[in-house]
Write a protein that binds this ligand. Structure first.
Ligand code: SF4
Length: 249
């Protein structure tokens, strides 16, 4: 039985299973070889070079779903969206929106914590050209299904990019929460009410390609996070979506 086939045990067991996974030969090769292709600014660093587990608050109301770790970002640091330009953009925005304790996310032990928010990727290993294959997504999606199942207060899912959006809809259905039919098309800013009362919000990915070209601006993403906040309040009346909470995660 592969690690991804197991269930139960909550987030700690999930994270252990993710980190141990070697189910995709192409991605195992790629993630490990990346350490030998480190750009000069990272030369001498010890790469994580394993699947990257989710990160954040175990009682999160918000789950941010990215595409996959970057070869020299999460695959280097071992924390999702940490150590690359996409993470710089994402965590700064999460900090402005009150979900992150700090705007900078440079390494695993930099003190960053998330409040009411967890972040995971649709595929947990860095892929060539930032593009997992359909079969790789299929192999990895059970981890996202388990992530959804392990978050008891989940009320909003924010998908970054069309691929993550599609995987999130499939994972929601495979988690037994119900399918949305017909499948709503991806559009930046779209908001989909999922069976069971949660909300899926769609955004362009926070990739450097999108943020450098102005396809996704800071103002646009801040607006998405305001929408997320509104959806959290609406989907979970009396919840703690905007207020302070006990302890960091
Ligand atoms: S992409 Fe997912 S299923 Fe494939 S090896 Fe990585 S963690 Fe395992």
């Amino acid at each position: 039985m592969t690690p991804r086939r197991r269930a139960g045990g909550g987030l700690p067991a999930l994270d252990r299973d993710v980190v141990a996974c070697r189910a995709c030969p192409r991605l195992v090769r790629w993630r490990e070889e990346a350490a030998g292709r480190a750009p000069r600014r990272y030369s001498g660093e010890t790469y994580w070079a394993r699947p990257v587990p989710g990160f954040g608050d175990p009682e999160a109301g918000l789950l941010v779903v990215g595409l996959a770790p970057a070869a020299h970002g999460g695959n280097r640091t071992g924390r999702v969206f940490t150590g690359d330009s996409s993470g710089d953009f994402l965590f700064a925005a999460l900090h402005r929106a009150g979900f992150a304790s700090q705007a900078l996310s440079r390494e695993r032990d930099d003190g960053l914590s998330l409040r009411d928010c967890r972040i995971a990727a649709a595929a947990r290993c860095a892929p060539p050209d930032n593009r997992p294959s359909p079969a790789e997504f299929d192999r990895c999606r059970p981890f996202l299904v388990r992530e959804i199942a392990a978050l008891p207060r989940l009320s909003v899912l924010l998908a970054l990019g069309e691929l993550a959006y599609g995987q999130t809809l499939r994972a929601w259905a495979e988690a037994g929460r119900g399918a949305v039919a017909p499948r709503p098309s991806f559009a930046h800013g779209a908001r989909v009410l999922l069976p069971g009362g949660a909300t899926l919000v769609a955004s362009y990915h926070v990739s450097r390609q999108n943020t450098n070209t102005g396809r996704l601006t800071t103002a646009m993403f801040d607006a998405v996070l305001r929408d997320v906040r509104a959806a959290m309040g609406g989907a979970r009346p009396g919840g703690r979506s905007a207020g302070p909470r006990r302890g960091p995660a």
